[in-house]
Design a protein around this ligand. Sequence first.
Ligand code: C2E
Ligand code: CA
Ligand code: CA
Length: 408
Amino acid sequence: MNILYLDDEPRMESTLRRLVQRQGHGFEFCASIKACKTAVAANAPDLLLLDLGLGQESGLDVIDWLADEQIPLPVVFLSGYGDDLLDTAQRIAKSRGVEIRGLVSKALLASDLMPLLDPPPVGPPHRLPSASPGAADASRIRLDAAMLAERIDAGGVEPAFQPIVSLLDGRPCGVEVLARLRLADGSLMNAVDFIPLAEATGLMTPMTKALLRRVIALKERLRPLDLNFLAVNLSRVTLERNEVNDLLQPLVTELKDCCRVIVEVTETEVCHDRRLLQTAGAQIQLLGASLAIDDFGTGYASLRDLAEFPVHTLKIDTSFVSEMFDSMKAMTVLLAIIGLGQRLGLKMIAEGVETEAQRDLLFSAGLEFAQGYLFGRPGELAAIERMVAASRLSADATDPFDACALEA
Ligand code: C2E
Ligand code: CA
Ligand code: CA
C-alpha cells in the first residue's frame, strides 16, 4: 500500500515513516496542499494520512478538493486537537462522499494507526536491510516476545532520563524515566518499538521491574542532584493486575530521601475505567507517591475525574504544544486546560516543548514546568548531572539572594 502523508510541519514525519515502512508500505510526505495535489497526480497513493491543522490551510480544504474532483482516495485523519474535532471532520467528509478510513490522534499514533493499515507480513523475526550496512539501527530490528524476554533477563532494559525544568528559571526540577532496550548487537531501541509488544505479551511487569531496579541502583548519583521529583510511567496492564505496590514500593522506599516519585498514567488508558483510576490513584498515594495524568487532553478524563481523584499533576500532551500556534482554537483549548489545572490546584507540565516561542508563551500563560527537546532529550544520567551543575553555576553567578544568605 502506498501512503501519502500531508502535514504542514515535519515533526511526525520520521516516526510515521518508520512505523509505516516497518509494515512494508510505501510512504511519501508532503507539507502543503499544493504538493499533495502534485503527489496524488504523480503517484496515485492508496491512502492519505491527513493532518487537520495545516497552518494557513486546513485539512477540510483537502476534503473539499477530493470531493470536487471526485478522487476516490480514502483518508485517515490525524489530529492533535482531540476527538471532537476529529468527529466533526468525519461528519463533514461523509456528507461530501469522501471515504474516511479512521481517525487517529497524534498522541496514539502507533496503537491507532497500525490496525488501519494492512496486517504485518507473517514470518520469522528478521532484520530489515539497514540503511547503513554494519551500523546498529535498532528501530529496524523486528522484535518478538522471546527476544524481548531474553533481553529483559539479560539486563538489557535501561533508563533514559529526560529533564523537566522550571519555566521560571530554567532549573531542572525533575526527570522522567523512559525505558530503552539494549539489543544484543549493542544498539538501543526506543520505547515505542518495544512497549506495545511488552504490553501484549505479559512482559510489562518484568520490564518495569528491571527498569526501576536500574533507577534504584543510581540513587547515590540521584541524591546530590536535589531533584524535586522523578517520574516513571506505569502501563494500564500493570494497574489492572494490581501490581502497583510490588512495582513501586521498592522505588519509593529507596528514593525516600532523594526525591518524590510521580507515577504517570496515560489518560486514554484509565479514562474508560474510573474504578481503575480510583484504586490505582489511591494505592499510589498510600505509597507516598503522586499520580500524574500523562498525555492529558487526548483522552476523556472528565472534569469530575480531575476534581474527585487523587491526581497531582497533569502532563499536557505534546500535540497541544506543537499546534498552539496553528490556530486560535488550539491556543484557546490549551489556555483553558492551563486555567482549569490552576483552579484545581494541580501541577502542570507541558510536554514536547521544542522552541523558545512555545516556552515563552507557556510561561506567560502561567505554566510552571516544561519538558521537551528544547531543554534536553532523554539520555544518560550524566547529561542531567551536567545540566544541574551548570544551572547551579549560573545561579551562583546571578542570584543576589545567595549573597544575602551569606551575609546573614
Ligand atoms: P511519554 O510518556 O509521553 O514520553 C514522552 C515521549 O516523548 C518520549 O518518547 C520522549 O522521548 C518524547 N519527547 C520528549 N520531548 C520531546 C519533544 O520535544 N519532541 C518530541 N517530538 N518528542 C519528545 P519515548 O521515550 O520514545 O517514549 C514513548 C512512549 O513510550 C512514552 O510516551 C510512554 O508512553 C511509553 N514509555 C516509555 N517508557 C515507558 C515505561 O517505562 N513504562 C511504560 N508503561 N511506558 C513507557
Ligand atoms: Ca510519560
Ligand atoms: Ca506524554
